[in-house]
Ligand binder design. Structure first.
Ligand SMILES: Nc1ncnc2c1ncn2[C@@H]1O[C@H](COP(=O)(O)OP(=O)(O)OP(=O)(O)O)[C@@H](O)[C@H]1O
Length: 380
């Protein structure tokens, strides 16, 4: 039995119908999901080491973390498809007691029960609920209208995944768990799924989204939890996490030749001089603007760090308005460059830092053929 069916059939037989669910009244204000000190081990393997989290009604909650961090185990515990120790409440009751009509689950792996078309498969899952949406309209939502009558087994990986997403929303759930919804889906399909998630959230559905695609989580999630080794190590809105853990904006400078220590030092001195000058100018502006309350733009910080990379150098701490100053500093240092790439910190940086997988630009990357990669970024 796959997990969608398990989630459905695992619910207690006497669960109250949707409109009279005892959790309903309280759930207006109460968190939809509460986990306190949730623990789960498989033999000696600790999958969840004491997880605490809350998901509020109507939010898109992102769960990220490395392979094996415990994400799928947590989703399974929260949907009652596996047991776990600790306090677990969904709509105010233990997960197994929730009316299955209220929950949608897209598990990470999915095996349809028999040979069915996409439309039949969605209708099959719809048949497990008291009320369900029309299969064709759900397939339209996930961009599968044209392939509704194709055998599931003949669909491409991405088309199969979209069909699976359709089975998870066929019951029009109040709380939707999506475990890696866009794996294997092409960019256009991903956008369709993103729009669908945004629309569902806009209509009040609470979405619990697990994904390795950091751009997806950063774009969609109101709050994100980072799970590492079975514990939540950070939680908050993406922007807050990025501001706290994402590091500084950076300017990557591609040079004709690798940067020698002497070049790096020269650029660092020029950047520091430019920063000091900018700080002084900003200070003067502050004095002048103080009376009129005008905002003052600061430029390159005096202490901006310069470090060598595989194909040039990186200047850390460059805000967009200071890119021109950085170019002037390169010029002053007598460095000609091939190209510049400015990057602002992202959720991916948060992830890399907090999981200890942060990319070191100083490391040359060795390719399988023994040559050194020209682009370390691509090999993170
Ligand atoms: N049924 C199981 N039997 C034994 N060990 C398991 C089982 N399910 C998960 N584990 C182990 O528990 C740990 C957490 O696994 P889990 O699948 O929850 O991680 P995950 O964060 O979802 O990983 P991924 O990103 O690869 O999907 C891993 O070490 C995994 O090997």
């Amino acid at each position: 039995m796959n997990e969608t069916a398990a989630a459905t059939r695992g619910a207690s037989a006497d669960a109250a119908p949707r409109d009279t669910d005892p959790g309903d009244a309280a759930s207006e204000a109460a968190p939809v999901v509460v986990a306190e000190d949730v623990r789960k081990s498989y033999g000696d393997v600790v999958a969840l080491a004491g997880v605490d989290l809350r998901v509020e009604s109507g939010e898109v909650f992102g769960l990220i973390g490395p392979n094996g961090a415990g994400k799928t185990t947590l989703v399974r515990a929260l949907t009652g498809t596996t047991t776990a120790d600790g306090e677990l409440k969904t709509f105010g009751v233990p997960p197994r007691d929730v009316d299955p009509q209220r929950i949608g689950l897209l598990p990470q792996s999915f095996d349809p029960p028999e040979r069915l078309t996409a439309s039949e498969l969605v209708a099959y899952y719809g048949g497990l609920y008291d009320t369900a949406r029309d299969a064709d309209s759900v397939l339209r939502d996930v961009g599968m209208a044209d392939d509704a009558e194709a055998w599931y087994e003949t669909l491409s990986g991405g088309q199969k995944r979209r069909t699976c997403v359709a089975t998870a929303i066929v019951n029009d759930p109040d709380l939707l768990f999506l475990d890696e919804p866009t794996t294997g889906i092409d960019p256009a399909g991903r956008r369709a799924i993103h729009r669908l998630i945004e629309r569902l959230a806009g209509d009040g559905t609470t979405v619990f989204l697990t994904s390795h695609a950091m751009d997806e989580v950063e774009r969609l999630a109101d709050r994100v939890a980072l799970l590492r080794d079975g514990s939540v190590v950070a939680v908050g809105p993406p922007d807050d996490l990025i501001a706290k853990h994402g590091g500084e904006p950076r300017l990557d400078v591609t040079l004709d030749d690798p940067a020698s220590d002497e070049v790096v030092e020269r650029v660092a001195e020029a950047v520091t001089a430019a920063g000091d000058e900018a700080d002084k100018a900003a200070g003067d502006e502050v004095d002048e603007a103080a009376a009129s309350d005008e905002a003052t733009v600061t430029s390159l910080p005096g202490g901006a760090t310069v470090e060598p990379t595989a194909d040039g150098l990186r200047i850390l701490g460059v805000r967009p308005e200071a890119i021109g100053d950085a170019v002037d500093a390169l010029d002053a240092a007598g460095v000609t460059f091939e190209s510049l790439a400015w990057t602002e910190p992202s959720l991916e940086d948060v992830y890399l830092r907090l999981t200890g997988e942060e990319y070191s630009p100083r490391e040359e990357t060795t390719m399988p053929d023994g040559s050194e990669s020209a682009d370390g970024e691509a090999d993170r």
